[in-house]
Write a protein that binds this ligand. Sequence first.
Ligand SMILES: NC(=O)CCC(=O)C(=O)O
Length: 297
Amino acid sequence: MSAVKRSFAGVSLASLVDSMVSRTFRLALIQLAVGEDKAENVKRALSFIKKAKENGSYLIALPECFNSPYGTKFFPKYAELIPSGQTSSSLSQAAKEHQIYLVAGSIPEKDGDKLYNTCTVWNPSGELVTKHQKVHLFDIDIPGGICFKESETLTAGKRLTVFNTDICKIGIGICYDMRFGEMAQIYRKEECDLLLYPGAFNMTTGPLHWELLQRARAVENQVFVATIAPAQDKNADYVSWGHSQVVDPWGKVIAKTEFDEGIVYADIDLKVVDEVRQQIPVFRQRRTDLYDTVLKD
Ligand SMILES: NC(=O)CCC(=O)C(=O)O
């Protein structure tokens, strides 16, 4: 079949549409050094947000548990109400002042008599767009490796979380959520272009699984995937694997760091999403007469 090309005054229709609807933006991932001083953690996050904005970022993301050390004994002490707590009000103000979308990693959230591991999302007006309460709690036991039970103090969320910016649709998961491919498939079905996973893998599972899972979710669902981790602190009870990074829909790592604090930038071009979906059309080739992945109420 021959391609139909139209042009106006020598400019192709495709490039006209491209220039009218911006499909590119800069994403910044803040790999933050998190300690036991909550106010200091938030202050550092705010100063990195300012820097990321100065460097042209449109969407800025923080790591899992950015205002508290990651550990079940810390969650009750650091937990706050959302959006009336102090951390929420600082995030709202930062999003408004810098005119950015802010995916604020996660904080321990107090909601009624329960605690959640919760990601808040803020728009350039400083409004809370949505929040994601981690739906898969990190409960694992690897003898000689790591034993961790988030369920000792946390409750699992009950909803998947998708939101729109002016440019793209984004699905949110927190860390262990990334292991559950069905969740990412639902996000693809909801027409997300980008999945964001604030996360803190560890020194046992991180080296083998962190990048592998991220690239798998990207290739399976033909989306950009970004993970945002706390910087590594070898003296902490829980040692983060770090390695915040961005993967494109081909499965290529387009930006990454290792263990230290800093900002990872990626210039996202959503044309890549359209291209790969057109060239390898697996989504419409699924045999939904044989199997399916469905969202339940
Ligand atoms: N914070 C987490 O959910 C950690 C998940 C993790 O390390 C894993 O291996 O999965």
